[in-house]
Ligand binder design. Structure first.
Ligand code: MN
Ligand code: MN
Length: 469
């Protein structure tokens, strides 16, 4: 060997002792990068078909049945390798592949959420003002409200009519469908608006959705535009104004998922927090065959509003399901859970070169550096975190390294710079071992969020090796 190419003692020591993180693109083979790109084609389709928790749950059932999963039957003793799914109120799904080991040895759980920030219609949403017709909304989840104006929006959800019949609404997604939007004041006349503090540039009660402008031609009636819209809604859905009281209608961005960048290295779409982890955790369980431990993916609702409610992970539906699954074997649910491990599959904030200040750069996650393992979340002194143990982080780190999962660590912003939580704490509170593992996102909670295809594929790989281990 040429003497000049030999490493110096210092270089060798640095190789041995110092961390040397490289961009994942420089570490992945061309063949595996092609796999990542191909994987994200399916991901984009899922994003377009699953814009709400109900739609994500319905899409999940379609994909699960195609993969041989059967609806869960209470009281049944399942054999190793059997694949089952359980749907909670059309908004959350638990998918299970029975393992060879006893449930006493615990389960491997991946937990992602399928709700995303959006504008929900109020229960008396419909009104006419200045001969325009609008819907009143109440935003869902943490948003920068000004981002949700002048964006084409579609409407999704269900209406339960006075006679109990349920009507499904999905309008603004198909070619030729109309869309809706929240208007904003022109810059020429925004002097007073621009003096408001940023959280009030657009106020909550200004997130009104424009839905029509043509009056019903009858001089005898007032609110002619509203009447005309209600007449159209009656023709299309058979609903009357009072039916909105028992409706869940959600306005979400109407655009489709796209590749981002000349190199098509990223995906831009609405609702990637957390459908990027939901889709990857779903695909991992769909591809899971004859595992050693029983494996589960739970796709849950209500994370963006704090996980409360009967479809959120602060409710008991997950421990009840595990207890019910274990009962025919004479095993207590708590015995299963106490031996179980969970990857809380949620996104982290990717470093944004335009907004560096909020990040603590030595501990922030970066696009293309792989799936992010987040030891703790919370804010102001780790308040509200479950904080994974060194032992469990060590186990997951070794697992990922052993299977060439490209991964990084990440902390959500600087100390005292804000913060946030995931479902990890609710699962940890049940006595699982839990760590957050997910995909870094740019523009999180905006109508158009950005992720990297490599990171997304590495999340799928991380959940897959966790199940196969
Ligand atoms: Mn999330
Ligand atoms: Mn979120």
């Amino acid at each position: 060997m040429d003497k000049n190419n030999e490493k110096t003692a210092g270089e060798l020591l640095a190789d041995k002792l110092l961390s040397n993180k490289k961009n994942g693109i420089l570490r992945i083979s061309d063949n595996e990068l092609d796999k990542a790109d191909a994987f994200c084609e399916g991901y984009k389709t899922f994003l377009d078909n699953a814009k709400t928790e109900r739609e994500a749950a319905a899409q999940t059932v379609i994909l699960a049945e195609k993969a041989g999963f059967k609806p869960y039957e209470a009281g049944k003793k399942y054999a190793a390798g059997e694949k089952i799914y359980f749907v909670n109120r059309e908004k959350a799904v638990i998918l299970t592949v029975m393992g060879k080991r006893s449930l006493e040895d615990g389960v491997r759980l991946a937990a992602a959420h399928i709700d995303s920030p959006r504008l929900d219609l109020k229960q008396n949403p419909l009104y006419e003002d200045k001969e325009l017709c609008l819907f009143k909304t109440h935003y869902y989840g943490g948003i920068k409200k000004y981002q949700w104006t002048t964006v084409p929006m579609s409407l999704h959800g269900v209406v339960v009519k006075g006679n109990g019949e349920k009507v499904t609404v999905r309008i603004g997604e198909d070619q030729g469908d109309p869309v809706f939007c929240v208007t904003d004041i022109l810059p020429h006349l925004a002097d007073s608006q621009m003096k408001r503090p940023a959280p009030q540039i657009i106020k909550g009660e200004e997130l009104n959705l424009l839905i029509g402008s043509r009056p019903f031609k009858d001089d005898k009636v007032s609110n002619k535009v509203k009447l005309n819209i209600m007449s159209l809604l009656f023709d299309k859905y058979g609903i009357v104004e009072d039916d909105f009281v028992s409706a869940e209608l959600e306005a979400v961005p109407a655009f489709k998922a796209s590749d981002v960048g000349f190199d098509r290295s990223m995906v831009g779409a609405y609702g990637q927090d957390d459908r990027v982890c939901a889709y990857t955790a779903l695909q991992a369980i769909l591809d899971c065959n004859d595992p050693d431990y029983t494996c589960m993916t739970v796709l849950t609702d209500k994370e963006e509003t704090g996980s409360d409610g009967n479809t959120g992970l602060n409710s008991s539906y997950l421990p009840y399901f595990i207890a019910d699954l274990a009962k025919p074997y004479g095993i207590d649910g708590r015995t299963v859970i106490s031996a179980s491990e969970c990857l809380s599959a949620d996104v982290n904030a990717a470093v944004d070169p335009t907004f560096i200040e909020p990040f603590e750069i030595r501990n922030a996650s970066q696009i293309n550096y792989g799936v992010v393992a987040t030891k703790f979340t919370g804010s102001r002194g780790k308040s509200g975190t479950s904080d994974a143990s060194a032992e469990f982080v060590g186990r997951i780190r070794n697992l990922f390294d052993a299977h060439d999962v490209i991964w990084q660590t990440g902390e959500l912003g600087k100390v005292d710079g804000g913060g946030g939580g995931t479902v990890a704490q609710y699962i940890a509170n049940l006595n699982f071992d839990v760590i957050d593992v997910g995909v870094p996102v740019l523009s999180m909670h905006a109508p158009f969020e950005v992720t990297s295809k490599l990171d997304t594929y590495m999340a799928y790989k991380a959940f897959s090796v966790f199940f196969a281990d």
